[in-house]
Design a protein around this ligand. Structure first.
Ligand SMILES: Cc1cn([C@H]2C[C@H](O)[C@@H](COP(=O)(O)OP(=O)(O)OP(=O)(O)O)O2)c(=O)[nH]c1=O
Length: 199
């Protein structure tokens, strides 16, 4: 495939995002875009997740320029689990994953996934919000799940697309948004710039 056939860059190391983006009918290459994911003091979850999508897309754009790569739009995303005032990101370790799963057990939380598209004219940011209702989990179920390793690279310490889906009694919103890249919102965003199956 020649460079001219590639629509955009995906500024993400997430295997889920790569898989989902391919479903939108665009061709893309990945680009590394490291950003500090620490919330600012007192930052609201919505502000945080929108700031990170913007920062990841901008970081990818700057990397593209710095490396002299062909100029194309850069897509990035961020997923955060929100329980009350608490922002639950990826766990630091098994103890942290256990703590988060105990918080989520038997209650409902929000999953916010933001998209950022950096293009020559600026950055467009979009937010997908879902509500996930978790069943009550026993300590043994949590311990087994943490030992499986699945929680370790996932916001809120679970993956709805994997074994974590067994804990989800109900979902209002976007399944693919909870996974990390809301398909409809992504395809609609890309279509506004003439890319993908919805264009
Ligand atoms: C809640 C939930 C999150 N996740 C994942 C999606 C994201 O990859 C991850 C949240 O972390 P993010 O910081 O959004 O993304 P990332 O660090 O994995 O990748 P990058 O910043 O390079 O794009 O959690 C699932 O896979 N399933 C789920 O059900």
């Amino acid at each position: 495939m020649t460079n001219t056939q590639i629509d955009l860059y995906l500024a993400s190391g997430s295997p889920r995002r790569k898989e989902l983006l391919a479903q939108t009918g665009v061709t893309f290459e990945r680009i590394a875009a490291p950003v500090d994911e620490t919330p600012l003091p007192g930052e609201k979850a919505r502000d945080y997740v929108l700031r990170l999508a913007h920062a990841k897309a901008e970081s990818g754009w700057q990397a593209m320029i710095a490396q002299g790569m062909p100029v194309r739009p850069v897509l990035a995303a961020d997923t955060t689990v929100v329980l009350g005032d608490a922002i639950l990101g990826k766990p630091d370790n098994a103890v942290d994953a256990t703590r988060m799963l105990k918080m989520l057990s038997g209650s409902s939380h929000e999953v916010l996934t933001s998209l950022g598209l950096r293009h020559a004219g600026g950055v467009e940011v979009v937010l997908s919000t879902s509500v996930v209702h978790f069943a009550a989990l026993s300590d043994a179920q949590i311990a087994d799940y943490v030992a499986s390793g699945e929680p370790m690279d996932k916001a809120g310490s679970y993956g709805i697309q994997g074994r974590g889906g067994l804990f989800v009694a109900r979902l209002e919103g976007s399944f693919t948004g909870v996974m990390g890249l809301p398909l409809h919102e992504t395809a609609a965003l890309l279509a506004r710039y003439g890319m993908g199956f919805l264009a």
